[in-house]
Design a protein around this ligand. Sequence first.
Ligand SMILES: Cc1cc2nc3c(=O)[nH]c(=O)nc-3n(C[C@H](O)[C@H](O)[C@H](O)COP(=O)(O)OP(=O)(O)OC[C@H]3O[C@@H](n4cnc5c(N)ncnc54)[C@H](O)[C@@H]3O)c2cc1C
Ligand SMILES: *[C@@H]1O[C@H](CO)[C@@H](O)[C@H](O)[C@H]1NC(C)=O
Ligand SMILES: *[C@@H]1O[C@H](CO)[C@@H](O)[C@H](O)[C@H]1NC(C)=O
Ligand SMILES: *[C@@H]1O[C@H](CO)[C@@H](O)[C@H](O)[C@H]1NC(C)=O
Ligand SMILES: *[C@@H]1O[C@H](CO)[C@@H](O)[C@H](O)[C@H]1NC(C)=O
Ligand SMILES: *[C@@H]1O[C@H](CO)[C@@H](O)[C@H](O)[C@H]1NC(C)=O
Ligand SMILES: *[C@@H]1O[C@H](CO)[C@@H](O)[C@H](O)[C@H]1NC(C)=O
Ligand SMILES: *[C@@H]1O[C@H](CO)[C@@H](O)[C@H](O)[C@H]1NC(C)=O
Ligand SMILES: *[C@@H]1O[C@H](CO)[C@@H](O)[C@H](O)[C@H]1NC(C)=O
Ligand SMILES: *[C@@H]1O[C@H](CO)[C@@H](O)[C@H](O)[C@H]1NC(C)=O
Length: 608
Amino acid sequence: MRFFLLSAALGLLATSNALTWQQPFGHNLFGSFFGLPGQDAEYDYVIVGGGLAGLVAAERLAENGTFSVAVVEAGSFYEFSNSNKSQIPWYSESSVAPTLDGYVNKMIDWDLITEPQPQLNNRQIHYAQGKCLGGSSARNQMIYDRGSKGSYDLWAKQVGDHSFKWDNILPFFKRSMHFNPPNVGLRGANATPSYDLGAYSPDGGPLQISYPNFAMPFGVYGVPAMRAAGFPQAKGFSNGELHGVDHNPFSIDPVHQLRSSSEATFLDYAITNGLPLTVYPMTQAMRILFNGTCATGVRVHSSGMDWSVRARKEVILSAGVFHSPQLLMVSGVGPASTLRGHNISVVKDLPGVGQNMHDSCAIGGVMHKTNITNPAITQAVMNDYINNGTGILTNSGGDVLAFEKLPPAFRSKLSNTTLEALSQWPEDWPDMEFLPLNRGGPTDAAGAEVSMLMVATISRGNMTIRSRSMLDKPLINTNWLLDPADQELAVQAYRRAREIWTYFPATGVDVGEEQAPGANVTTDAQLLEYIKEQGVSAIHHGSSTNMMGRADEAMAVVDSHGKVFGLQGLRVIDSSSFRFTPPGHTQATTCELLLSLVWDLQGLYVLT
Ligand SMILES: Cc1cc2nc3c(=O)[nH]c(=O)nc-3n(C[C@H](O)[C@H](O)[C@H](O)COP(=O)(O)OP(=O)(O)OC[C@H]3O[C@@H](n4cnc5c(N)ncnc54)[C@H](O)[C@@H]3O)c2cc1C
Ligand SMILES: *[C@@H]1O[C@H](CO)[C@@H](O)[C@H](O)[C@H]1NC(C)=O
Ligand SMILES: *[C@@H]1O[C@H](CO)[C@@H](O)[C@H](O)[C@H]1NC(C)=O
Ligand SMILES: *[C@@H]1O[C@H](CO)[C@@H](O)[C@H](O)[C@H]1NC(C)=O
Ligand SMILES: *[C@@H]1O[C@H](CO)[C@@H](O)[C@H](O)[C@H]1NC(C)=O
Ligand SMILES: *[C@@H]1O[C@H](CO)[C@@H](O)[C@H](O)[C@H]1NC(C)=O
Ligand SMILES: *[C@@H]1O[C@H](CO)[C@@H](O)[C@H](O)[C@H]1NC(C)=O
Ligand SMILES: *[C@@H]1O[C@H](CO)[C@@H](O)[C@H](O)[C@H]1NC(C)=O
Ligand SMILES: *[C@@H]1O[C@H](CO)[C@@H](O)[C@H](O)[C@H]1NC(C)=O
Ligand SMILES: *[C@@H]1O[C@H](CO)[C@@H](O)[C@H](O)[C@H]1NC(C)=O
């Protein structure tokens, strides 16, 4: 354990190489992996944004050995900027701040807030986005799942590229991550997850996928209750089948139970193995440099210095769902009228930049007081975590997922227009995700919740620029629940959640009165009002603000290889380039998928 304590103290634990750990990130001259601020430089590839997609791309490109790669990242190491709170799973929710007055650590988060949303009674809602090496993979709740088979097949069909079909992408899902079966003995009774080993490869990595060495007490009752409510037993949510209930896997390392972000895995691997990679931390990309329509590099900014990082081959954008389109726009790529309104000279008129934002959203939950509580976070609990990698700190708080298309009793209440809208999604694409949650303490007054995420949303959001400077935050309209179809489904989901609660007493839970929305909230109109006023918040699965599509689609921004239409030397490979947000959670789809398809499936590692 000595090496672990030492490296944890440095905040630089190499999860995948813990047993061979010597120096932070395994290298004597650690500083050599960082670019010199203020000095122009040139690399083969310049990657903008060292988040999830960005660091995976950097490692995969550098692994070739023949290319020099630079990563420009606005944030720093989250271990420096957020102590151990970004590493310990239990604290993953801290500083996500769903309410406007909540605490946000601006050293690791962009502190974005939506515009007032009229359909949500003009509420403005925080939208967390990681600002650090690891990006939102260093901010997320670490739930690991993949979309449904049908969702990727639909993606393939819509963009006209069979590469995105489930059968073709499964090898790439397998390649990026290493699956570690649960330590059943450490998780307590009745908390054994199911999983499908066929969804994983023993050679995959460096991302570590495992299970917390502690199962949340309320979740343990959630599985049988939801089974009784009609959810089938799922098998780990990674085999292309989502419908059903199960304890889910997480991006957590199995030995020390620390967050397995892209920084702790892909970046660590690259530096430990001395790959040709140069990172510019605390450096913000301000503008893409063009020679005509060919991207040649980026102009960057840090601490009063401005300089150029040039790309011999390509500039690759991975600045996330809001900042990738923002960077395109301030650089002259986007809706021409918007750009002219800010006196930005147009390099390429692409009306789809910033449009088509697709996102899941949280709509709150039905809450009851129960007699199921959590252990207190004591010094002994902390010691147990540090010394043994066990206890509640290993869990991010919600560890059971349940997906379904609403049963007929609820779906039959939807209007034909809504059913028609929902029919754009395939059979295996669930309407809703339910999570049995209780993040309270031992004297739990807060109660437990059947919480809900909408994963088949119809509404589309947008973003645009406030000014021509990257130093100003983008303007964001998530438009959650704007479409009446989403509103109708949300109301029926609440009715379904109330029904699910009726299955808890038989599992051994003492269910008290409904605390929220409350017994007086009964009509559809009252439920909808409650959801608008108190239910909706971000679950941070935004995508498609640089939507992938076919060349003949006016609103498509990138082709199925991530190349920006009408330009050369410029690609987008992050969540902004998704065709849509697949059901479930988005980190697995962001990690490796796009760039692997771009490079490997064509049988080459050459970007042409
Ligand atoms: C709070 C939260 C919880 C989530 N929970 C889950 C979950 O449990 N499971 C799951 O599967 N998914 C979850 N997600 C979603 C998942 O983490 C994201 O979909 C994924 O990280 C997106 O990857 P990305 O590469 O597109 O962007 P990011 O990972 O956000 O990376 C973008 C990077 O670009 C940097 N950047 C931005 N602008 C600039 C600039 N101008 N110059 C330089 N750098 C810049 C940012 O600092 C950041 O590091 C969650 C997300 C959040 C925010
Ligand atoms: C590196 O990329 C080149 C193409 O530029 C390719 O021919 C070669 O096989 C790649 N090498 C490795 C180890 O991936
Ligand atoms: C710009 O591109 C043109 C045409 O490819 C080339 O001749 C010229 O040298 C380039 N200019 C710079 C500054 O790279
Ligand atoms: C654009 O430029 C014009 C002429 O220089 C100036 O009057 C106007 O204020 C500028 N607009 C913006 C948004 O900067
Ligand atoms: C996390 O770091 C803080 C100091 O910032 C320390 O007090 C605490 O004990 C650490 N937590 C654990 C589990 O080690
Ligand atoms: C760690 O585990 C050992 C053996 O399982 C146990 O004896 C010890 O109490 C645990 N440590 C802590 C701090 O709980
Ligand atoms: C809705 O669709 C069903 C089946 O197509 C049809 O029978 C019914 O009349 C429709 N209802 C309305 C109100 O249009
Ligand atoms: C974004 O969507 C909102 C709501 O539909 C709309 O009012 C606004 O004009 C849109 N903004 C942009 C830039 O498209
Ligand atoms: C909760 O209450 C039920 C019903 O009274 C009881 O059977 C069960 O043992 C209690 N569980 C806990 C953990 O206290
Ligand atoms: C239900 O009761 C609560 C608490 O008294 C109150 O705040 C709320 O407005 C009521 N809701 C409705 C729809 O009556």
